[in-house]
Design a protein around this ligand. Structure first.
Ligand SMILES: O=P(O)(O)OC[C@H]1O[C@H](OP(=O)(O)OP(=O)(O)O)[C@H](O)[C@@H]1O
Ligand code: HPA
Ligand SMILES: [Mg+2]
Length: 162
């Protein structure tokens, strides 16, 4: 269970995904990108734009229900990436490495990159940008929205009108 939260804004995600693209550009060109949906879709779009890559494949895999990990289920395998040779795989993050392990079996020759990584999974990816501790849950901008927070002085009192 996470004891810390790390909130990532859209701006931050764009900056970190571009930093990943800078790193990957040194290894380019790639024949195509495989985005791991859903979390990898937006980082993959940003990296594809920066690397001028126009061939995007997807692999759909479900490992979590909110913060609860389950058995990974592939709901759509990749069809256009062969054994992964020449391809770049992009996901938002690697946590336990469960998802990465499954996808690597499908595309063993691809280069695997994530924007964020936690210690338990980082050895499974070839390139990542930012590491966070294992007990940190990363809050992505698509999973959050700004909302009202009560002033500190009112902590513990019921909200007005309640
Ligand atoms: O290293 P792991 O422990 O496997 O965790 C990382 C994976 O978990 C999340 O996907 P999730 O299963 O929540 O699906 P989603 O991308 O559709 O949100 C995240 O997008 C990674 O793909
Ligand atoms: O830290 C996380 N944040 C969002 N989704 C995730 N899926 C696995 N770990 C995480
Ligand atoms: Mg995912």
């Amino acid at each position: 269970m996470a004891t810390h939260y790390y909130t990532v804004s859209w701006d931050q995600l764009h900056r970190d995904s571009k930093a990943l693209a800078w790193r990957l550009n040194a290894l380019a060109p790639f024949d195509g990108i495989v985005a791991i949906t859903r979390g990898g879709l937006i980082p993959a779009a940003i990296v594809a734009r920066e690397l001028e890559c126009r061939l995007i494949e997807t692999v759909s895999i479900v490992t979590y229900d909110e913060e609860r990990i389950g058995k990974p289920t592939i709901t759509k395998p990749p069809t256009a990436a062969g054994d992964g040779a020449g391809f770049l795989i992009i996901d938002d993050l690697v946590d336990t490495g469960t998802t990465a392990r499954e996808v690597r079996q499908l595309l063993p020759r691809a280069h695997f990159a994530t924007v964020y990584a936690k210690p338990a999974g980082k050895a499974l990816v070839d390139t990542f940008i930012t590491e966070v501790s294992q007990d940190t849950w990363i809050l992505f901008p698509w999973d959050t929205e700004p909302q009202f927070v009560a002033p500190i002085a009112r902590a513990g009192t019921p909200p007005r009108g309640a």
